[in-house]
Design a protein around this ligand. Structure first.
Ligand code: MN
Length: 246
């Protein structure tokens, strides 16, 4: 992060934030134009009436982009943030699931759909909604999407579907490149887990170690421990203990 801040801002760049009426501007068309112009940033639908836009890059390209969005665009100056793509925000990139798994040791498995497979991390103590809590997450092998709904006893253990839903890919770097570089920002829309999270790799290599951290937002619950407070399956309502007692 320090390196990014120390990078001098290239001459002739600018950034704007803006809101435009969405009539006549499909988000996809905005993305297509931004990419053609080489403008970086994002567009997000704000309700059904407005598009919110962050655009940055070559001054002339940004000006052309602003012209494309029309004179009803309300612009506020913004800082160049170093985006490496122009993307649609607020649109799910795929599904996620968290399965609680009793094997040799009990743990939670966080899985995010990336490129047709479920990228997976074993989280011994489970996710937290408290931004002050950093949970160890050990990268494990990808799983098939068919496994997402698996909930049953296994040889010597069991699995419940602890949470599931869709998620958005965030951050300035496009996925899956963001994960390759070791920093993934994402927004979960689950039953228990909601809002922004970050996965930060702390030790690369085999069984890479990451930290799973809740980002500070409206869904953050300081002082809470959701894994303890909501132990039940979102599919069956039973806990892993109840499943193991059968
Ligand atoms: Mn597991």
């Amino acid at each position: 992060m320090v390196a990014a801040m120390a990078t001098p801002k290239p001459a002739g760049t600018k950034a704007i934030r803006g809101a435009a009426p969405s009539e006549g501007h499909a988000a996809e068309a905005v993305v297509a134009r931004a990419r053609r112009l080489g403008v970086m940033g994002w567009v997000r639908a704000d309700g059904d009436r407005r598009l919110l836009v962050h655009a940055e890059g070559d001054r002339q390209a940004v000006d052309e982009f602003v012209e494309f969005l029309g004179d009803r665009l309300e612009i506020t100056p913004a800082k160049v943030e170093g985006h490496e793509q122009f993307a649609i925000r607020g649109v799910p990139a795929g599904v996620f699931v968290v399965q609680e798994h009793a094997a040799t040791a009990r743990h939670f498995d966080l899985r995010l759909e990336v490129g047709g497979v479920m990228r997976s991390w074993a989280v011994p103590r489970g996710p937290s909604l408290d931004p002050a809590v950093k949970r160890l997450a050990v990268e494990v092998e990808d799983h098939d999407m068919e496994h997402n709904s698996f909930e049953d006893a296994t040889d010597g253990g069991g699995v419940i579907v602890w949470d599931r839903g869709t998620y958005e890919q965030g951050g300035r770097v496009p996925w899956p490149e963001a994960l390759t570089r070791g920093h993934g920002v994402f927004v979960l829309h689950g039953e228990k887990l909601r809002g922004g999270f970050a996965l930060q790799r702390t030790r690369p290599g085999e069984k890479a170690q990451w930290l799973l951290i809740k980002r500070q937002d409206d869904e953050a619950q300081p002082g809470s421990d959701i894994a303890a407070e909501r132990p039940e399956s979102v599919v069956s309502g039973r806990t892993l203990d109840e499943l193991l007692e059968r």
